[in-house]
Ligand binder design. Sequence first.
Ligand code: HEM
Length: 302
Amino acid sequence: MPAEEEQPLLLPDSFIMSAKNEADWLHIAEPVASANEGFSSPANAGATENRSSSPFLQRLQSVSIFISLILSPVAIILVSIWASTLGGVSWKEGEAKRVFNWHPVMMVTAYSVMNAGALVFRVSGTSSYQASVGSAPKERGIAKVTHASTWTLSFVFGIVGIIAVFQSHNDKISGYIANLYSLHSWVGITVMTLYSLQFLFGIFAFGGLLSGRRMLTNPLTMEIHKFTGTYIHILVTTTILLGIQEKEGFESCAYEVDSPDLMPVLNYGKIPYACKISHGLGLVILFMGLLTSFGLARFPVL
Ligand code: HEM
């Protein structure tokens, strides 16, 4: 028995829907050299299955994925607290500041849902590799529906979030504000476009809407989809951090000093409460980006 199969699982049993062992669950046994190798037949499955990265990395990835999933609801809670300290939310004309607050709430919620959706195959042990060798075919169907649903939901939240910010800028009673003037907004539009393309690609390629037959069996299509999905996750992370920084600039997080601020930590209490929440939110988002991309990575076979 390979050493890695003897390692205990770090996640609760209930977390693992169908994984047969840790290597299965992470599906990092999937070869990295050639996409075609990942779609081996059941006949050579055993040989491929034994090729996985070190048990230590597998454990680290398990923990990363677990923490990242825990951080998803934490981010939603933090952004809700932040929005309420900034006056709460509204959809009424004349309340542009509160209409704007829907923007971070919706965008962070979209990201958290997307984060869970990105990890669903790993958590359920239903990666494309496992499907190709005949394991967990039924659960994979459920995972696919969950993956598609979470990305759809995330897309809807994102659209509502974008509508909110444009509505708050184009409010006659509150006063008009220019649109698309910041780096954040330009990066945001780019990321939304990439997200939409990824979404359409997923629906057409794997839903079979374009050709009548699914391209999922094409390993190159799958590899591209996985790479761009992980990439977009990181880009969304970056955009949110830029957005938080943009908003903090308006709210002002600085405090006055009359001598060199040599021990900033002693002045921590002078940072406004709303900024402490948004800084915390930013760190949570940053860690979600780091942990998820690490959890989804496939390392060279040892
Ligand atoms: C992936 C997530 C996000 C995307 C795609 C995104 C996209 C955008 C876009 C396209 C605009 C321009 C709207 C306009 O010009 O009327 C905008 C504005 C803005 N966003 Fe975001 N946003 C995201 C997350 C956030 C977050 C989490 C915050 C935190 C508060 C934020 C803060 C702002 C601010 C302050 C503005 C208004 C100033 C400006 O136009 O830059 N954004 N966002």
